[in-house]
Ligand binder design. Structure first.
Ligand code: FES
Length: 240
């Protein structure tokens, strides 16, 4: 097995010359260079997943838009992170997320404490131009401590990844495809009956909306402590 250190590559992001290791993502390098790219499913310390597509960027010479969180840098790349086209795509993605489930900010317990809402404000989404689907989705209150409201889930899979990569329990997963997709515990049993859940609450900590919450606590009162993630990820990797 090769133990060679990753090569250093040079690239341009928004016309800024950047140096990077070849195993870094465009998002990593952009952030290191003070260039902000909108993200929702990405969370520092967890593996990039490419679920929300909000971090799409343009690459000179490529007709395709690429997710910055899962695309590795390469020598000579020329990346554009902000353009009228990207702005339009990001707004449309956010509108689709709102329309897909029951995100009604004015009556939501997460109002003012929701990353989806904050991102919509940041990206200038003040209307949803497509019909809401208003699906009839369940709320799972079977766990003694926590609650899962599918109506507010955006399928970012942060809960799945933190449970697998940090807690090592892999209680969470995703079933189904497209609009039928949903997060599940164990083999799609009520959360309260899960044999693998350690009730550590990490999934609740990383949820960007109010889909996962602590019972008896308003989302505004929950203290999200995500700074532990990069540290735990580093410790885990250094032991493998
Ligand atoms: S942040 Fe890159 S796809 Fe979600």
């Amino acid at each position: 097995m090769s133990t060679a250190a990753p090569r250093v590559v040079t690239l341009k992001i928004d016309n800024k010359d950047c140096g990077a290791r070849e195993d870094q993502s465009i998002l990593d390098v952009a952030r290191e260079n003070g260039i902000e790219i909108p993200t929702l499913c990405f969370l520092d310390g967890l593996t990039g997943w490419g679920a929300c597509r909000l971090c799409l960027v343009e690459l000179k010479g490529s007709p395709k838009l690429l997710p910055a969180c899962t695309t590795r840098v390469a020598e000579g790349m020329q990346v554009v992170t902000d353009s009228p086209r990207l702005k339009k795509y990001r707004q449309t993605i956010l509108e689709m997320l709102f329309a897909e489930r029951n995100h009604v900010c004015s009556v939501c317990v997460s109002n003012g404490h929701c990353e989806l809402q904050a991102m919509a404000q940041k990206c200038g989404v003040d209307h949803v131009h497509m019909p809401y689907r208003y699906p009839k989705l369940e709320v799972d209150s079977s766990n003694d401590l926590f609650r899962l409201d599918h109506n507010r889930c955006i399928l970012c899979t942060r809960c799945v990844r933190v449970c697998d990569e940090i807690e090592g329990a892999h209680t969470w997963d995703v079933k189904g495809r497209g609009i039928e997709a949903a997060v599940i515990t164990d083999l799609n049993m009520p959360w309260g009956e899960s044999q693998s859940c350690t009730a550590c609450g990490k999934c609740v900590q990383v949820c960007p909306t109010g889909a996962l919450s602590q019972k008896g606590t308003a989302v505004a009162e929950m203290h999200k402590r995500r700074q532990f993630l990069p540290y735990l990820t580093h410790m885990r990797r250094s032991h493998t």
